[in-house]
Design a protein around this ligand. Structure first.
Ligand code: PEP
Length: 256
């Protein structure tokens, strides 16, 4: 576990301005839980309002387009989300890869654009159930990760977070086992050290996502090589999200 775990809420396509009260409540609670780094990725339409409400938490986007601007109806550039107040962007989420046919190359191009716009990255990777069942999960994830990274990245430890999210665990209520999470995170860590060198590779955060809730968060985030969590469904209310943060905070308190 990282010295300061990173817990990120991905609101997906949920939330109108009525949900700002949840963001406000999360932010207020976060001000008393400084040992955990907390962030929210609301839909594009709420980035600016959440940023205005929030004093403590990070705010990010769930996607961006690889181009700076142009004739791309309905798309949003990295500079636009940064201008709206995002400090980071989630890229390569399996719901983008599956629902929008995003391939690794496009994710990599988006990552380069995001870095150019001054954003930090949460780069998602994860295997479908067939790959896990056929014993190819690690190969699949490492190949996906390698191909999805931006061409170059300065200060990777500062600007890059990897989110390991087995596709079958997302929104299913069935998180991966601790053994499987640790095995995968250890393989990702080795890859990061090989790619970025000992010091940077050891410092890039690797967070887990897939049916994290208040009951399993302490064990997952307390496991070896797990630096935090990416939380979907359970981040939609301040109460359930902060119960996750409180569980993680307790792990830190017991460790100290
Ligand atoms: C996610 O969407 O990144 C996610 C992990 O969702 P959930 O927590 O609902 O499984």
């Amino acid at each position: 576990m990282a010295s300061r775990p990173f817990i990120v809420g991905n609101w997906k396509m949920h939330g109108t301005r009525a949900m700002l009260s949840e963001a406000r409540a999360i932010d207020r609670a976060a001000q008393r839980l400084m040992q955990v780094e907390i962030a929210l990725a609301p839909p594009f339409t709420l980035i600016h309002p959440v940023r205005r409400e929030a004093e403590q938490i990070g705010v990010g986007a769930q996607d961006c387009h690889p181009a700076d601007g142009g004739a791309y109806t309905g798309d949003i550039s990295a500079a636009m989300v940064a201008d709206a107040g995002a400090g980071f962007v989630i890229l390569g989420h399996s719901e983008r890869r599956q629902g929008h046919g995003e391939k690794d190359k496009l994710v990599s191009e988006k990552a380069t654009a995001a870095l150019d716009a001054g954003l930090k990255l949460i780069l998602c990777c994860g295997e479908p159930m067939e790959k896990r069942e056929s014993g190819k999960a690690i190969d699949h994830v490492l190949r996906q990760l390698k191909a999805s990274l931006p061409d170059t990245i300065e200060e990777p430890a500062e600007r890059l977070t990897i989110a390991y999210e087995p596709i079958w665990a997302i929104g299913s209520g069935e998180a991966a086992s601790i053994d499987d999470i640790v095995e995968m995170h250890t393989a990702i860590r080795e890859f990061l050290v090989k790619t970025f060198g000992e010091e940077d590779g050891a410092a890039v955060r690797i967070i887990y996502g897939g049916s994290v809730n208040a009951e399993n968060a302490a064990e997952i985030v307390g496991a070896d090589e797990v630096d935090g969590a990416l939380v979907g469904g359970a981040s939609l209310s301040a109460e359930s999200f902060m119960n996750i943060v409180l569980a993680v905070q307790e792990v830190i308190a017991n460790r100290d």
